[in-house]
Design a protein around this ligand. Sequence first.
Ligand code: SF4
Length: 369
Amino acid sequence: MLPQRRKTRVVKVGNIYIGSNHPVSIQSMTNTDTRDCQATLKQISSLEKAGCEIVRIAIPDMEAANNIENIVKKSKIPVIADIHFDHKLALTAINSGIHGIRINPGNIGSADKVKSVAESAAAAGISIRVGANSGSLSKKFQHKVTDNNTNTDKAIKLANALVDSAMEQCELLEKYGFKDIKVSLKASDTLTTVAAYRKFSKIADYPLHIGVTEAGTQFQSTVKSSIGIGSLLIDGIGDTIRVSVTGTPESEIKIAKAILENSGHLHPCPEIISCPTCGRTEINLIEMVEKTETLINSLKAEGKKFKPSKIAVMGCAVNGPGEAKDADIGIAGAGKSSFILFRSGKTIGVYTADKAFQKFEEEIKKLLL
Ligand code: SF4
């Protein structure tokens, strides 16, 4: 069941629509030096193959900005320029055919500079993300958090500061007639992040780019992002997501897809269910689950598609088929070194460990479209 999505205005990044009932898109950011065109394009291609739908590139200086045209022309997915401090970089990005820009509230300079960026972006028909970030809130909003506040107070105050900071920038863009805005309100902790997005979603109709910033290593980020992004998505809040990982950008995509699947936004296809194992487990279940996952991923990588289906990998025949009775196909341990295969809860055969996976693979392939 899809969560009821929040109604928002709709913006476009290249060929991707963001907002209202358009699918929640997956974003990432390259960590190559944008001045190195080849390395950046190589990483964009790798991200695209992993399932990334929109990519952001950092534009630290004019040398990087001058590479944008080449990168945009060769990228298969829309490209967003991440701009800080220098509105000329934003103008160069827009003139180079960028599909969207991200600015940080308050750090692009005077109102006149914001006006020139807004007018150029409007003329080019691209969208702007106002990206408020707890680590770079302008001084004006920082005083709202003091050391005397409790942790909960701090989270709420920081969330309010993120909302106010983003709103001020949106109002300035709107004052210059610019409306194709999306907003992000990221903090490095989940409570602040979720509080900020919940508040903002009630007071404005901008589509939301959601994520927990600086979320840490793959393990840390999986937990923080699943809670932060996942809880918002279940509430129907969020139109495009970025999982932030200290690691390879490709790892972000795997987590993002899993979050979308488990929050009801993307149908897991096929869904793999496996038991946690217990004292009844007499076979190597972990190996069987890993082999199953590898097989499915390699079939998907070949471009094969599965019917909507559920595959169960269970530790024992006592409870396995029963616990996984709604699975289309399943395998369960049946004593030492043998497995039972079942389809829709009914046994179809018992096999030794060396034969079992071969039979299971044949059954899994029957689920292909
Ligand atoms: Fe234990 Fe069997 Fe349940 Fe797995 S399916 S947790 S082995 S009882």
